[in-house]
Design a protein. Structure first.
Length: 273
């Protein structure tokens, strides 16, 4: 159990699978009750499959298996009213939220819409979705008066933008992940008087469905120069999702009590390459 997390409530978006599920389960293992949110539906500009209702139900089962409570709800992070409703239900049933992991994100690459639609969707999910998540959760955190912590899940593409090729999906992804840094720093100033810390984590490649799907792999095979630029400094092609979870727990728990406004790479040296 981790001090500052045990006995609290954590909100995790994009919790149906991948990093989001891993964060939800790890926080439950650290003693938190979990509010797990996912759209559980496809987005037309995203060619690879997104999480399903069955995926979210499995996340809920895994959280419950740790002995913690879970509220699993389908909600689109682009829909502020839907997030407000989930937070209100969570506060009423589980108690005030202390921790937020704004993890929901897409990397559309070669989606089904035109460039404008693709660019708009990736910013709406990755950036506006994080704004909506924090704005929905923060009032209950402030009202509770117990402090707390927020982690926005960015990317190494939010520090460097390496591999940009001018396409809407890749450029939009880098723009959205850079935007999370500005959002984090602004939120850090807003919430510091309430002892609520806000930071970003920046993983390099992580073997989750966003990366291991055939659409992404086909793109990397078709653009070997781009793939080469995504290499890490350490001889690790990817980092394990557990490595990212460890960073999130550090930032959310009392161990990170002196940290706010920080961009924390979990990148096997990618940012230094």
């Amino acid at each position: 159990m981790t001090a500052g997390i045990e006995g609290t409530v954590a909100l995790v978006t994009g919790a149906g699978r991948g990093q989001g599920r891993a964060h939800a389960v790890r926080l439950a293992e650290e003693g938190a009750d979990v509010v797990a949110v996912d759209i559980c539906a496809g987005i037309p500009t995203v060619a690879y499959p997104l999480a399903t209702p069955e995926d979210l139900a499995e996340t809920a089962r895994l959280v419950q298996a740790t002995g913690r409570r879970v509220l699993a709800r389908r909600a689109d992070v682009r829909d502020r009213a839907a997030l407000d409703a989930v937070v209100a239900e969570a506060v009423a049933t589980l108690g005030p939220i202390r921790s937020v992991v704004a993890n929901a994100g897409i990397a559309p690459l070669m989606g089904g819409g035109d460039e404008g639609e693709t660019f708009a969707d990736v910013l709406a999910v990755n950036l506006t979705g994080a704004w909506n998540t924090v704005k929905a959760a923060a009032p209950s955190m402030i009202e509770a008066g117990r402090g707390g912590a927020v982690v926005l899940v960015s990317s190494t593409q939010g520090l460097k933008g390496t591999g940009g090729d001018g396409t809407a999906g890749i450029t939009g992804y880098a723009a959205s992940k850079h935007g999370l840094v500005g959002l984090m720093r602004s939120f850090a100033h807003w919430l510091a008087p309430h002892s609520i810390r806000v930071n970003t984590v920046h993983p390099t490649g992580v073997p989750t469905p966003m990366i291991t799907n055939e659409v992404m792999q086909a793109h990397l095979r078709s653009a070997p120069a781009t793939a080469d630029r995504q290499g890490n400094l350490l001889p690790l092609p990817m980092v394990d999702v557990a490595d990212v979870c460890a960073a999130v727990v550090y930032l959310l728990g009392d161990s990170g009590r002196a940290l706010t406004g920080v961009t924390l790479p979990v990148d096997a040296g990618f940012a230094a390459r």
